[in-house]
Design a protein around this ligand. Structure first.
Ligand code: SAM
Length: 202
């Protein structure tokens, strides 16, 4: 299904990064980042443009092919700052060295899949590194805009906290947050879950 969506001529998501990725990560010193469920790679590409070595993981080969094509266009000789991996996150194992930044944006799957995936995402954070999880909040269905209409795949900050409990990460913020979205009927607000955490250096 995702391969089919990403096969269209137009980008499915925006060319630029998600607003929270931009807001939370703009001042971080570049290092090694992984973007899990990266899709067409908008967040990984933005990080690569800012000097990060960015690894994009998704089970859609078509989405990741597009991400690499965009990297060639936008990064030129530095296109290898973006690497990609076709993998199912339900069986993905993070490399032992970990990453300085782990981004999971809008991975909307049921809880029995989400819990081990977010636990693996937390495990992938190296000492001193950070985790950013952004998702459609359940309240988005009634009061927000966009996102899946299925309450079983939307989740709260508390869900994320339960999923990463025991990972050793310190939670800096976990909140229901709004994001302006331009629609044909004018500006509306999507309701997102945003969780920001870090792993202490020792
Ligand atoms: C809503 S899109 C978000 C894409 C990207 N994070 C962004 O914000 O532009 C969700 C992505 O999750 C990916 N995905 C869903 N389940 C997955 C799984 N089990 N393993 C890997 N990727 C998965 C889909 O292929 C899709 O690209």
């Amino acid at each position: 299904m995702w391969d089919e969506r990403y096969s269209n001529a137009d980008l499915v998501w925006s060319a630029g990064p998600n607003a929270f990725v931009e807001q939370m990560c703009a001042d971080l010193p570049p290092g090694r980042a992984v973007d899990l469920a990266a899709g067409e790679g908008r967040n990984a590409l933005w990080l690569a443009e800012r000097g990060w070595q960015a690894h994009a993981v998704d089970f859609s080969a078509v989405g990741l092919d597009r991400a690499r094509a965009i990297a060639t266009e936008r990064l030129g000789d530095d296109a290898d700052r973006l690497t990609t991996e076709v993998a199912d996150l339900s069986i993905w194992e993070p490399p032992a060295a970990g990453f300085d930044l782990v981004v999971v944006a809008y991975l909307q799957v049921p809880a029995h899949l989400r819990t081990p995936m977010l636990a693996a995402a937390a495990h992938a954070v190296a000492p001193g590194g950070r985790l950013l999880v952004i998702a459609h909040h359940p309240a988005n269905i009634e009061r927000g805009v966009g996102g899946p209409p299925d309450p079983a795949v939307n989740y709260t900050p508390e869900d994320v906290l339960a999923d990463i409990d025991g990972s050793g990460l310190i939670v800096d913020s976990a909140a229901e947050t709004t994001r302006p979205v331009a629609t044909p009927d004018g500006e509306r607000h999507a309701i997102d879950t945003v969780v920001w955490a870090h792993r202490p250096t020792r």
